[in-house]
Design a protein around this ligand. Structure first.
Ligand code: PMP
Length: 339
């Protein structure tokens, strides 16, 4: 019989898939790593189980404990799945810009979710960072994994994502690209890949309204770079310890609109039904590839999550139009023609 002992064992070993349409005219082989094949439909399953198991090993998490995390949804889902098998409770704090689907999914797998305002400073007591920290102080036998500064996050990618990419490309990868939130994905994967071949170039995809690109280029944490944006799960108004700027060679910023349009193209033209930040990753990575890739190069781009969580946003034509992301021409449907 061939089976897994529990759902946790199915995490990782996600497929690499070649892009065929959206990269038309761009040299090189461009592969995406489809992280939505994980059981929680995102890259974050990898870090969730690692943060829990590291905390169990060093005694920070004991049987019957409660896991409390500030999460845009994907880490929460991974933590909730892992917690079910291991008998822990979960409480998550989320910013109110996150999609309703993400909140509903977390509640569906038994977690308690507290929704906090998005546009307050991280140190404000109402922010989702502050609320998570306060709950951790007040609830006995609770663990606050803190995916931003917990280096088990980077370690999970160093030990799994990096080796999988190296193995599946037979060591032929020349460029690696990922969108950056906590930084764990890009830092752990890039560190592993660069140890195998220091010539590999790593491109981080950032969003307008986030501090990473400016910080990498100038060393200055510029608060003028911080303003509201819509793309979920990426960009920060803090510098998480999991962002290792040493192993990221370049940053490119992508707008909410370009990311949304590319996500929709990936779904329709490649059959990759993926999330908004996947659009950020591919739009930005292709911008880099158009300028710098050669025919023999192999680029791998991480696709962090699945499209279902964004049905009411980027996959909804009315929402897209209301945000000025769809031109009238593109909005014309068969129904408009028939009537
Ligand atoms: N995209 C989405 C949808 C995410 O939830 C995250 C995690 N915050 C990322 C991208 C970025 O991954 P990382 O935190 O490893 O930088």
């Amino acid at each position: 019989m061939k089976y897994y002992n529990n759902i946790i064992e199915t995490i990782g070993n996600t497929p690499l898939v070649k892009l065929n349409k959206v990269n038309k005219g761009i040299p090189g082989t461009i592969l995406v790593k489809a992280e939505y094949f994980n059981p929680g439909n995102s890259v974050k399953d990898r870090i969730a189980i690692r943060m829990i198991e590291d905390a169990e090993k060093d005694g920070r998490l004991k049987p019957g404990g409660t896991i409390i995390e500030g999460t845009s949804g994907n880490t929460g889902f991974g933590l909730a799945l892992a917690a079910i098998g291991k008998g822990y409770k979960c409480i998550f704090t989320m910013a109110d810009k996150q999609s309703k689907e993400k909140i509903d999914i977390l509640r569906a797998v038994g977690a308690e979710v507290i929704v906090c305002p998005t546009n307050v400073a991280p140190e404000d007591p109402r922010s989702y960072y502050s609320v998570a920290k306060r709950l951790n102080q007040e609830i006995p036998n609770s663990l606050y994994p803190n995916q931003y500064d917990n280096l088990s996050n980077t370690a999970a990618h160093y030990d799994t994502t990096g080796p999988e990419i190296w193995r599946d490309t037979d060591g032929k990868i020349t460029h690696f690209a990922a969108s950056v939130g906590t930084g764990g994905t890009i830092s752990g994967t890039s560190k592993y890949l660069k140890e195998q071949n220091p010539d590999i170039v790593t491109v981080g995809l950032d969003t307008y309204g986030s501090v990473f690109k400016k910080y990498k280029e100038t060393g200055i944490f510029d608060s003028n770079e911080i303003y509201p944006y819509l793309t979920e799960g990426i960009g920060e108004d803090i510098l998480p310890q999991n962002v290792d700027f040493e192993v990221i060679d370049h940053f490119i910023k992508v707008t909410d609109k370009d990311a949304a349009i590319m996500a929709r193209r990936l779904s329709r033209e490649e059959g990759l039904f993926i999330g908004w930040s996947c659009g950020t990753a591919v739009h930005g990575a292709l911008e880099y590839a158009r300028e710098h890739l050669k025919e023999d190069d192999v680029m791998v781009i991480i696709l962090p999550d699945h499209g279902t969580r964004y049905l009411a946003k980027i996959y909804n034509d009315t929402w897209m139009k209301d945000h000025g992301f769809l031109e009238d021409r593109a909005f014309k449907t068969a129904r408009d023609i028939v009537h």
